[in-house]
Design a binder for this molecule. Structure first.
Ligand code: FAD
Length: 452
């Protein structure tokens, strides 16, 4: 039964003012969709530019492990050589595609600069700049008097000591989740004498010249950064928990080895792997991912983060007890991010304008509990809660249907899965060996409708 918010909007009308936190992919898409629904939007952005992660910043956190809570934090984790891990055909929005290769960067998998330009053009074409308050950091979001349609947003503008407060009927959280590092625990690390860094603080390989680097991780960043560093480092030893890994020297390189996980590290600088081998290393490099982190959000324990599960969230977006006042965009991982983000924002905007109704709180909770039960049954750990490609390939189509859009063309998912396969198999140069002719014949994109 989809009724709880219809009754609310019949008496109160849809929310007049909506706060969006962040002006990255998620925040820009949210702003566009909320404006399309005729809502009053304020986007808070703590930096002086839009684009979020895609704005390359040569600075790093003041603590290269990003552990010190008082460190100076740099938001973006982009490194200079980064190219997208998905082809440009699936790096845009469904109704606002990424430019083809005739413009700018001619590669099918462009560099980060082109994605940044794309987002700026998107903001310009939809007139979004005027709704963004740059240099304004949200410090606190809290419900007023237990009402889901009254949220106080406290923020501070750069250079000012004063904190200002404003009340909104809804807050859409688009603050990103690739800034707060996650780590592997290594026995003996307290006494290990070498240099440690997390990929959040990696920009260029030069500092690793002639060094022996142990790099922990097996995701897209580990794949790219190991190759980037190997250009100057003496040796790169990749360590992973992946049980299927073959312990070996990589064929295409004379200085990259693949190992199982680090077993322990010692005071003499050595690093021992579970496969029985060991090396004396100068650097331990963590490509171990990121944690969800919303330091500004106060929900009195209604929304928690446990082992990287943000919950409870109905369809990774709405906490049932706080819906529709609070929503999260961009939580899903292992997914076609731009497309999913766009569909989530369309859904949230329609829910907030009253055009689309949510189930009751009880129904949404039941859904979440069943989802957790299914995960447990399949043996999936909590920290995989928001990984879509393991179990929710239909998620995008569910969102599309919810806002009255047709199903997403199948080639998009085929293309995505092909990239995941290349990454999982660690296929070097998959970006440059991509079969453009084949994919171009399949990916005949018909313009996706803007509205259902
Ligand atoms: P972000 O881009 O992180 O934007 C969040 C914004 O919120 C930032 O501008 C930040 O300043 C602002 N903000 C945060 N907190 C506050 C606050 N308290 N007050 C005010 N403003 C705040 N995706 C792909 O599709 N393809 C790729 O190839 C790809 N490669 C990636 C490579 C790396 C190294 C990383 C880290 C990510 C990559 N991604 C990739 C994922 C990428 O994060 C998403 O594409 C996308 O940028 C997520 O957008 P977002 O808006 O959710 O978050």
């Amino acid at each position: 039964m989809k009724s709880q918010f219809l009754a609310h909007y019949t008496t109160m009308g849809p929310p007049s003012k909506v706060a969006v936190i962040g002006a990255g992919v998620a925040g820009l898409s949210a702003a566009r969709e909320l404006l399309r629904e005729g809502l009053h939007v304020v986007v808070f952005e703590k930096s002086d530019q839009l684009g979020g992660t895609w704005k390359y910043d040569p600075r790093t956190d003041s603590d290269l492990l990003s552990i010190d809570p008082n460190r100076e934090i740099v938001h973006s984790s982009m490194y200079l050589s980064l190219r997208t891990n998905l082809p440009r055909q699936i790096m845009g929005f469904l109704d606002y595609p990424f430019p083809d290769r005739d413009n700018g960067d001619r590669r099918t998998f462009p560099g980060h600069e082109e994605v940044f330009c794309f987002l700026n053009k998107f903001a310009e074409d939809f007139g979004l700049h005027q709704f963004i308050r740059f240099n304004t950091e949200v410090l606190r979001v809290e419900r007023v008097e237990e009402k889901n349609d009254k949220w106080v947003v406290e923020c501070r503008t750069l250079g000012s000591d004063s904190v200002s407060r404003e009340v909104f009927q809804a807050v859409v959280i688009c603050s990103g989740h690739f800034t707060e590092p996650r780590f592997a625990t290594l026995p003996g690390i307290e006494k290990w004498p070498g240099y440690q860094i997390h990929s959040h603080n990696y920009r260029v390989p030069e500092q690793f010249r002639d060094q022996v680097v142990v790099l922990i991780g097996y995701g897209a960043s580990a794949f790219d950064i190991s190759r980037d560093i190997a250009r100057v480092a003496k040796e790169v030893h990749m360590a992973t928990r992946n049980p299927d890994v073959t312990v070996m020297k990589l064929g295409n390189y004379n200085n990259i080895w693949q190992h199982t996980m680090v077993k322990y590290v010692s005071e003499d600088g050595s690093v021992a792997f579970e496969d029985g081998s060991s090396v004396y290393a100068d650097v331990i490099f963590y490509c171990t991912g990121y944690k969800y982190h919303f330091p500004f959000l106060e929900t009195n324990g209604i929304v928690t983060i446990e082992d990287n599960r943000v919950g409870p969230l109905y369809k990774h977006v709405f906490p049932p007890a706080l819906a529709p006042g609070i929503s999260f965009i961009g939580i899903p991982e292992k997914d076609i991010i731009f497309q999913t983000t766009e569909l989530q924002t369309k859904w949230v905007a329609r829910v907030l304008s009253g055009k689309v109704l949510l189930p009751t709180e009880k129904e949404m909770m039941a859904y979440v509990e069943e989802y957790y039960k299914q995960m447990e049954k399949s043996g999936l750990p909590k920290h995989n809660t928001h990984y879509l490609h393991f179990k929710e390939l239909g998620y995008g189509n569910w969102l599309a249907a919810e806002v009255g859009l047709p199903p997403i063309e199948e080639w998009r998912e085929e293309m995505y899965l092909e990239c995941i396969k290349s990454l999982t198999e660690m296929k070097d140069e998959y970006r440059d060996k991509w079969d453009d002719a084949h994919w171009n014949s399949i990916a005949k994109s018909t313009p996706f409708p803007q509205n259902g």
